[in-house]
Design a protein around this ligand. Sequence first.
Ligand code: ME8
Length: 677
Amino acid sequence: MTRCDEPWYEAFAMTSRFYVTTPIYYINDVPHLGTAYTTIAADVMCRYHRTRGHESRFLTGTDEHGQKVQRAAEEQNLPPNVYADQVSRRFSEAWPKLACAPDDFIRTTDPRHKTWVQDFWKKIFSNGHIYLGHYEGLYCVRCEGYYTEKELRQPGNICPIHNQPVEVMKEPSYFFKLSQFQDKLLAFYEAHPDFVRPEGRFNELKSFVQSGLQDLSVSRTSFQWGIPVPGDEQHVMYVWFDALSNYYSALTSPEDNTRYWPNVVHIMGKDILRFHACYWPAFLMAAGMEPPPAEFAHGFLTYCGEKMSKSLRNTISPTALAEAISPTIGADVVRYTLMRAIAFGQDGDFAIADLMQRYSSELGNQLGNLLNRVLPFAETVPEKGPLTALEENLIANYPDKAKAAADAFTAVNPTAALGHIWSILALANEYIDKAAPWVAKKNDPVRLGTIIATAVSLLEAVSVMIWPVMPNVAASMREQLGLSPLQGIVGSDQWPHVLPNREPGGRLMRGTPIFPRFEKEKEAELLEKFSPPKEPVMSQEQAPSTAPANAPTTDVAPAAPAAPREAKAVIQYDDFAKMDLRVGLVLSAERVKKKDKLLDLRVDVGEAAPRRIVAGIAKNYAPDQITGKKVVVLCNLAPREVVKGYLSEGMLLAGGDGDVLKVATLDGELPPGSTVK
Ligand code: ME8
């Protein structure tokens, strides 16, 4: 059996087993681009490990208990189980349409889940880590979580995630002794320095745990739609205790797959890292079980610059998008763009225009066209003649790139892996340019044979490497190359570490182009159908500006223009109220290299972590002049990459004419996060 000996997760270095999970999604929503993003990433990881011959397993599912679901079912006049059946199906049916192939789909209403969670509870209870108490707190129904006042936006106790007031809740409750796990968790983090990736998120988590943990309320009496607490059926389990347990309960039945534990990577969005990396390991430790060794918290997506609001989630369906691009390879194009365009781990934007651009250049020109440049020259794999320096160079340069791509996949960095694969494609295209088979065709059949056989082995290698991200495209490529479809074989490492050597004589079957050019009408249709609905809010583009059109503008509201002042359309109060303006405290400031106007700021706007704001004020403020100032921040402006690698998550307000620019500050002391209106 092969060993996974690449860097990063030591846990996998000792084994050839790999288990990957997504969060189980709430059923009060439909599958949307955000949930598709995580599911696709997990599918990519699983397929990659299958190419490496690891015994691999991919789990996803739905989170079906809790007050939120009970209320949604009541609104539709349905019993919660009937409602849950209907909505869960939307998830299980969506994922295959995006070429995701989970091995199992767990529902928290599955009997297998209920049985296991109740046993898990009993184990923790009998180990003395759960006790009965009383809870009163501020509870966000949509998060299914309690908050402290400090964590909420004031005034009004507003949930920072859902922008809605939270409710006061008082109930008898069982408590999990989380406070007793602080040191154990910190020791675990210390012993597993790669436990959470990206590293910055791990550091935030460690600070959270270091700042002290309170016991956690793990049961509810205020609603019934949940798993009853064993021995006290007045209580149902707290939905996160129930939900997190899915990662193990799914392994227990219908057949025993518990051998996969703990070789798991949990993939999730950054919003729910704390539940996964603090609560879940503590529950497992309390039951005497091993915590997961690896978790990856990716960033948040915007769509064409718009925050993923409920209405956007409903209109931009990833399955409809895939279908509209192409019924055969549309899912692959969506997968490719999501994995390539947004550095995995960071926040980023998915835009239809960007997808179309990548379709024609990276997919059409660099990948699809490579087949068309090679296959017309032969119907079978030719014999190789003597190699020239061109082939020798290629053969020498290839393995490092193939290894870099594999290492990046192993490190859960599909974006970098695709970068390396595309550098192999660049090498291949350059090889064809220089080797010029069309010249050899005229008078040198031996040379032509060498060139085509070399190119065919490159294409074969690429068909394996892209399979995790684009399984349908890989299958079409392989069909044209006369190869059978790829599938994981446990114990057989199929990753092309060196260029494969095809036997001469194998059939090649030139087919139709995999990425046909979009007709003009189709382009227009895609843009029209999949651009977000326009909202009449002030956007960066509409903001007043004296700066040239190409100057960075997200950074700071630009200076008001000198007279004559342009008349602007009158807006209603509702338009103004759409802006989430808050007091921000500038914690740090640094100049952005080679950009004399920009400062890279960290600003506390009353959230768990400070925001990065890239502001065009470097000519007016030295870093130490702005640090410590209270400023006004527009917090719900779509994040924008102002300069490569600098994603600005908001905008400072400033006033001034021409070169004189002054940031807006406040008259008097207000804590960071206070509303400005
Ligand atoms: O939190 N960008 O379920 P959920 C990227 N049931 N990812 C996004 C996203 C976006 N804009 N929006 C959602 C729950 N996601 C719990 C989980 S697990 C034991 C219980 C993805 O339906 C991302 O993975 O709210 C995020 O963490 C998850 O969907 C939240 O899904």
